[in-house]
Structure formats: structure tokens, C-alpha cells
Design a protein around this ligand. Structure first.
Ligand SMILES: Nc1nc2c([nH]c(=O)n2[C@H]2C[C@H](O)[C@@H](COP(=O)(O)OP(=O)(O)OP(=O)(O)O)O2)c(=O)[nH]1
Length: 130
């Protein structure tokens, strides 16, 4: 059976814009756009996983807000369960440790970049709720 991986993603909103992060070219889903975050470790809450990942990936301290949606997507390499949360930055710093690029987009611009397939449902919900 394929690996079933629980992943969290942060939808960081600042001045009405949403932080979008481009995956590196050397990883799975190369150069696709995602919400910063990553895999939940054993015995870790989704909120703590998100805070840890944002610190590791971007040296960014966040507070985690409301959950947006949980979706399941089957890739050829794994089944990914992605839960997205709204989040706010607490320090005004982003250091790109892992991603190729960043963009701040307003909700109605989110359709202009190529999202990882697992994110499409969350992106549509964010655009609809905005
Ligand atoms: N962080 C994050 N990961 C996502 C999103 N959408 C999506 O399909 N993923 C996938 C990519 C990865 O396979 C997995 C997250 O793991 P990770 O953030 O630890 O990614 P990684 O590149 O280190 O993992 P790997 O697959 O290269 O081993 O979930 C998203 O919006 N945010």
C-alpha cells in the first residue's frame, strides 16, 4: 500500500495577501506552489507541526488560527492528507531555507500559479471564502 502522510499547510495572510511558496526543483512536485508546512511527526499536534515547520523552512514565527479544510490526494509516490490553517506572522521575517521562491497574492490571484494538486481544493475554498 502507498504511504499515507499527514501534512499541514499554513495560509499566512498579511494585509489581505496570502503567502505562496514554490517548491524546490530537486524535490517531489518540483517548482509547484504550495502552502509552507510539512509532515506531522508522531505525537505532534497539527498546530505544533505547523509552527515547527515554519520555523525550520522560513525562520518564521506564526500563530495558528482557524482550520480551513482537510483534503486527501493520491499522488504516485504517496497519499497526502493535507490540512490547511489560517496563520499570522509574529516576527516580520522570512528566510528561504528550502523554497525556490515566494509570492504574496490576493485571493483572486491564486489561480495564476501552478499549485500542487493536493492544494487545489483548499485554494478554491480560500478564493470562495474571501
Ligand atoms: N508543505 C506542504 N506540502 C505539500 C502541500 N501540498 C502537497 O501536496 N504537499 C506534499 C509535498 C510533500 O510530498 C509533502 C510534504 O512534505 P514535506 O514538506 O516534508 O516535503 P519534502 O519536500 O521535504 O518531502 P519529500 O516529498 O521531498 O520527501 O506533502 C502543501 O501545500 N504544503
Amino acid at each position: 500500500m502507498k504511504k499515507y502522510i499527514k501534512v499541514v499547510g499554513a495560509v499566512i495572510v498579511k494585509e489581505g495577501k496570502i503567502l505562496c511558496a514554490q517548491r524546490n526543483k530537486n524535490t517531489s512536485l518540483p517548482l509547484m506552489w504550495e502552502f509552507p508546512g510539512g509532515k506531522i511527526e508522531e505525537n505532534e499536534s497539527p498546530e505544533n507541526a505547523l509552527k515547527r515547520e515554519l520555523m525550520e523552512e522560513m525562520q518564521c514565527e506564526i500563530s495558528v488560527g482557524d482550520k480551513i479544510v482537510t483534503t486527501v490526494h493520491e499522488y504516485n509516490f504517496a497519499t497526502i492528507e493535507l490540512t490547511t490553517f489560517y496563520a499570522e506572522m509574529l516576527n516580520d521575517q522570512i528566510v528561504l531555507e528550502e523554497h525556490a521562491d515566494l509570492k504574496w497574492l490576493s485571493p483572486n490571484e491564486l489561480g495564476t500559479i501552478e499549485w500542487a494538486p493536493a492544494d487545489v481544493e483548499a485554494v478554491e475554498k480560500i478564493m470562495k471564502d474571501a
